[in-house]
Write a protein that binds this ligand. Sequence first.
Ligand SMILES: C[S@@+](CC[C@H](N)C(=O)[O-])C[C@H]1O[C@@H](n2cnc3c(N)ncnc32)[C@H](O)[C@@H]1O
Length: 366
Amino acid sequence: MQEPGVNNSSICDSTPRITLGHFDKVSNPKSIHGIYPYRGKMSAIDAAYVISQLPSNATLLDPFCGTGTIVYEAQSHGMKAVGVDNNPLACIIAKGKIEYGNQESVLSILDTAIQNASLLEEVPMMPDSASRYFHPETANQIMRMVSISSDFPSYLLASLYGSICVATRACNGWLWTSTSVGRINKPLRPVDFYSTLLKKARKHSEFINAGPLATIHKHDTRRIHEVVPDGSVDVVYTSPPYFDALDYTGYYSKIVLEILGLDRTSIREGLIQSFSSYKEDMQSALAAIDRVVHDESLIIFVVGNRMVHRKLIKGSDIFTEIAPWINPYVVEREYTKTASGLWDTINATKRKEQILVWDLASGGRK
Ligand SMILES: C[S@@+](CC[C@H](N)C(=O)[O-])C[C@H]1O[C@@H](n2cnc3c(N)ncnc32)[C@H](O)[C@@H]1O
C-alpha cells in the first residue's frame, strides 16, 4: 500500500486521459475500507481521485480486486463496477463493501444475532491453530457468532471477519505491528467480542452504498473471459499481485481462514504468488484481460519495486515487457514512512511504486 511522503515523477511524456494525485495521507478512517486489514490493500484516497476523473457511465473492471477498494469507489461514483479475485475471503469482504443495504436493518439483524449467539447451548471449538491467539472467553464468543453467520448479509460477514482481526490484536495486548502479526504475547487478555463486533459494524455502516450494484466474481483472472463478456470493459484499474510472492492468505487472513475451516493451501494454489512462474502466470492473466477490453479502453495498473533475492526489481519494467499493450504512460512515486521502514534501511531500499496507464485509443496492442 502506498504510504505518506509520496513524490511524483513522470517517466514517459505521452498525455494520459487522467492525472495522478499526490497525497500526504493515504488512508481515510472515515470510510468503509477499514472494515478488514487485507494485505496489499490499496489507498482508497488515491483510487477515489483517479475514479473521479472517469465517466460515470463507464464500466470499470478490477481484475485483482482483493477487498474491493477500487470497486467500491467506482460504485460510489455511479459506475458499473466489476471485481474479480480468486481468494474467497477477499471476495466476501469486497461483497460486504458494495452490497446494497440499509444501515438500520443491518444493525438490527446483528443485535438479534448476538442475542441468539449468546444463548447457543452447543458451541463448536475453535481449531487449535487459531485458538492459541485468543483468550478462551473471546474464542468462545467468536465461535458462537461464526456458527450462526451462514445467512448473514455480506456486510455483516465482512464486519465479523474484520472484528476477529481486531480481537486477536486486542487479546495480544495491541502489541502487533504490521510486521509482528501472529506473535503471541502472553498472558492473553479477554476481549468482549460482541462489543468489538457491534462497534465495527456501527462504525462502517454509514458508508454502505445505495448502488448501482457492483458485481464481484470469485474467479481466476487467467480465465476472466468466463465471467466477463468480451469487449465489455471501458476501464481496467487494478493493483495486481506482486512478484515477490506476497501471501494473500497470510497475515490476519491466516487466522480468519483457520477459524472458518477454509483450506489455505488450495486457495493459494489458485493465486498468482509464485515468483518462479510469475511472468508466465501474469502474462496469461493479461491476455485474458485483453479479451474483455475494447479498442478505446483505458488500463491502469499500480505496481511497485520489490527486493527479490537481494535484487531490486522494478514493477513497471516487468509490466511494460509482458503486457500485450504498447506505449504506457508511467508515473513513478517514491514514498517513505512505511511500516517496513526498518527493512528499507537495512536493505538500503527506497520504496517506489509506478502507475502504468495504457490508453488503447492512442496506443494499442503489440
Ligand atoms: C495487491 S492485491 C489487491 C488488493 C486490492 N486492491 C485491495 O485494495 O484490497 C492482489 C490480489 O490479487 C489476487 N489474485 C492473485 N492471483 C489471482 C488470480 N489468479 N485470479 C484472481 N485474483 C488473483 C489476490 O487474491 C489479491 O487479492
